[in-house]
Ligand binder design. Structure first.
Ligand SMILES: *Cc1c(COP(=O)(O)O)cnc(C)c1O
Length: 396
């Protein structure tokens, strides 16, 4: 039996009848752009996430771009973002004409390292983008305090963390704007591209709505240049069906992550990352130096509601991550490297100013050590056992 990294059919096909009915309803309505399905989806997302305004957007990438646009960020501005993230975080900043300035991340929670961000501040810095990577919140108290001190906007990249919480509050509702994605592999996975922005600020919500539709108001009058950032009515209608289950999906992922932690931590040389080492790769390395550490398991911090978009192991030692990848692949276990090249090493950013690219050593370490294994909600006990057995039989 092989175990894929993700099985979208296992989640979608049990809803097939309901999805088909909804498709038919939209088909027959003849309304495909904006309208009642879009508004209903937005209202339901706002309720689910505990936010005042939720505005659907064409993709998670576009959610980041429109958030930056609404905050007036553009040429001459700098935006600090973590180097260890998916490309869209940085690409969006670049596409507004602003400069992405990369800082390092925490080796334990994979979130933005505010001390590193502090070293990247210039008179041009306008915003910071904490990315809640793999389903877990960044250290938002530190980010907020840092942003306040330097007068920065906070854009939360919640693409991988729909439904995650930080100290009991919803991720994406704590900064100025939260940006979500409904790409099929995300925790609320759609049937194509889609995204969402959230904000508690009425004025920002007005700007975002305006920018989503070419900056047009009233019809055919444009006081600002926006774009077509709309999400399809069909996509909204289909996602309304899945939104009702998003809590179950997260619970399934949490259950699978707990199962891995329980089983894998019993294997020789496997250690659990510790919340106490947050932010400190030297501290963590020193603590692990006298043990023969073969694998480091991810950890959910006590104050975070982790939604486990990925279950990401670290495999220290030259070439060992590649060896584990080959071993798992040979056994039919899906795995992937999120992400093999940090942003400060990307060819397209090579021309950025030196301070934008410096001192991201933890990101380099992580990009050489991480590997993600299947954690999707619908994994069966037999599949989980197979993944565990495959890792147990890795002896390199
Ligand atoms: C997926 C993702 C995005 C982009 O979302 P799309 O909907 O694919 O455009 C942005 N940031 C992060 C961290 C992501 O994982």
């Amino acid at each position: 039996m092989s175990v894929p990294l993700l099985d979208v059919n296992a989640q979608n096909l049990p809803l097939e009848d309901e999805l088909k009915a909804v498709f038919e309803k939209v088909l027959r309505s003849g309304r495909f752009i904006l309208g009642e399905e879009v508004e209903a989806f937005e209202k339901e997302c706002a309720a689910e996430l505990g936010t005042k305004h939720a505005i659907s957007i064409s993709s998670g990438t576009d959610a980041l771009i429109i958030a930056l646009m609404a905050l007036g960020i553009g040429p001459g501005d700098e935006v600090i973002c973590p180097s260890f993230t998916f490309f869209a975080t940085a690409g969006s900043v670049y596409r507004t004409g602003a400069t992405p300035v990369f800082c390092d991340v925490c080796p334990v929670c994979f979130g933005i390292d505010v001390e590193s961000a502090e070293s990247k501040i210039t008179s041009r810095t306008k915003a910071i983008i904490p990315v809640h990577l793999f389903g877990q919140s960044s250290d938002l108290d530190s980010v907020k305090e840092f942003a306040k001190e330097h007068g920065l906007h906070v854009i939360e990249d919640v693409a991988q963390s729909f439904g995650a919480t930080y100290k009991g509050r919803g991720c994406g509702t704590i900064g100025d704007i939260g940006c979500y994605s409904f790409f099929p592999s995300k925790n609320l996975g759609g049937f194509g591209d889609g995204g969402l922005v959230t904000t508690e600020d009425d004025e920002l919500a007005r700007k975002l709505l305006h920018l989503r539709n070419h900056g047009m108001h009233p019809k055919y009058y444009h006081s600002v240049v926006g774009g077509n950032f709309r999400m399809d009515a069909l996509q909204c209608a289909l996602l309304r069906v899945k939104l009702k289950h998003v809590g179950e999906y997260a619970a399934g992922r949490l259950r699978n992550a707990a199962c891995y932690q329980e089983a894998l931590s019993k294997l020789p040389g496997v250690v659990q990352a510790s919340e106490a080492d947050c932010g400190c790769i030297e501290g963590q390395a020193a603590k692990l130096a006298d043990q023969d550490v073969r694998l480091i398991l991810p950890v959910a911090y006590g104050h975070n509601g982790h939604v486990w978009n990925q279950f990401t192991l670290r495999v220290p030692g030259e070439g060992r991550r590649e060896a584990l990848r080959a071993h798992l692949t040979a056994k039919g276990i899906g795995c992937e490297i999120y992400y093999p090249v940090s942003m400060h090493r990307q060819e397209c950013f090579a021309g950025l100013p030196a301070h934008a690219l410096s001192n991201c050593g933890v990101s380099d370490t992580l990009s050489s050590e991480v590997i993600s294994i299947p954690v999707y909600a619908e994994l069966t006990t037999a599949q989980l056992d197979e993944v565990i057995a495959a890792i147990a039989s890795f002896t390199d």
